[in-house]
Design a protein around this ligand. Structure first.
Ligand code: ZN
Length: 263
């Protein structure tokens, strides 16, 4: 098969006009196979066209690099435009995801603005695993906060998983999210998710019918978790996920409270 294929490619390029050939070289040079390139080079030579493939490839790389730089400049001007609080939260939350150049730029911004919070410690914690001692010390901080939902402080904070399923004709949407709150609010969150799944899950064919019982079961079986007096596994997972932010604001209850209520 191969010789026939390459013969077809050769004939294809042979039949192109000079203008068409040049257009392909200038637009698609990087996507061409080596076989196609070999035929194009032969055609250029045969027709004595003034097309230098190497120079065109260099030009293309330069413009890609420039595009990359422009993209970086966009990100940097976005970072520079952030208010102090958003800047420090971005650095801490995204420390393990931002590329090193962008992270260094963001940290330099914070330094220049004289942002005083604990960015370095928060960012360091976000990029590594917590020790058990750190996890339980964070758990104790979080458990003593006011409930992010009802704002009261009579009960210790714990966690639950909110399982949602709803269907619209053939489409069935599913989600699960860890929620932290006081025990009364966790109960309300759980009941609301259960009711919503019972009412809205069924109507999709086939996944709504098949999966709604699973989601109902999950919402019921998760109840034992928030009834626990100890910090449960969901609270600990939440803490682990947001460890950088907790470290950042651990000495400022108000800021910590506010940051967690947005998560
Ligand atoms: Zn509450």
């Amino acid at each position: 098969m191969k010789p026939v294929d390459s013969e077809r490619i050769r004939v294809y390029y042979e039949d192109l006009s000079n203008e068409e050939l040049e257009k392909i070289v200038r637009n698609d040079l990087k996507d061409l196979s080596s076989v196609a390139l070999a035929f194009i080079e032969a055609e250029i030579k045969k027709r004595k066209l003034d097309l230098n493939l190497e120079a065109i490839a260099d030009e293309m790389n330069d413009s890609d690099a420039q595009e990359g730089n422009e993209h970086l400049a966009d990100i940097e001007s976005y970072i520079a435009s952030l208010p102090d609080k958003d800047l420090e939260e971005l650095i801490v939350k995204e420390s393990n995801r931002l590329n090193p150049t962008t992270l260094a730029f963001a940290k330099e911004q914070a330094r220049q603005r004289n942002v005083k919070t604990n960015i370095d410690a928060g960012s360091e914690v976000q990029t590594r695993d917590l020790t058990n001692a750190e996890l339980s010390s964070y758990a104790s901080i979080i458990r003593h906060l006011d409930c992010p939902k009802c704002k009261k402080s009579q009960q210790y904070i714990n966690g639950t998983m909110e399982y949602n399923i709803y269907s619209i004709i053939f489409l069935t949407y599913r989600s699960k999210k860890i929620k932290i709150a006081c025990r009364d609010c966790l109960k309300k969150i759980n009941n609301a998710a259960l009711l919503k799944s019972m009412l809205a899950g069924w109507w999709g064919i086939p996944w709504g019918i098949l999966l709604t019982p699973v989601y109902i079961y999950r919402n019921i079986s998760i109840r034992s978790q928030y009834k626990s007096d100890e910090p449960n596994i969901l609270l600990l997972s939440f803490i682990n996920e947001h460890r950088g932010i907790i470290e950042l604001y651990k000495n400022d209850k108000e800021k910590l409270q506010e940051a967690l209520s947005k998560l």
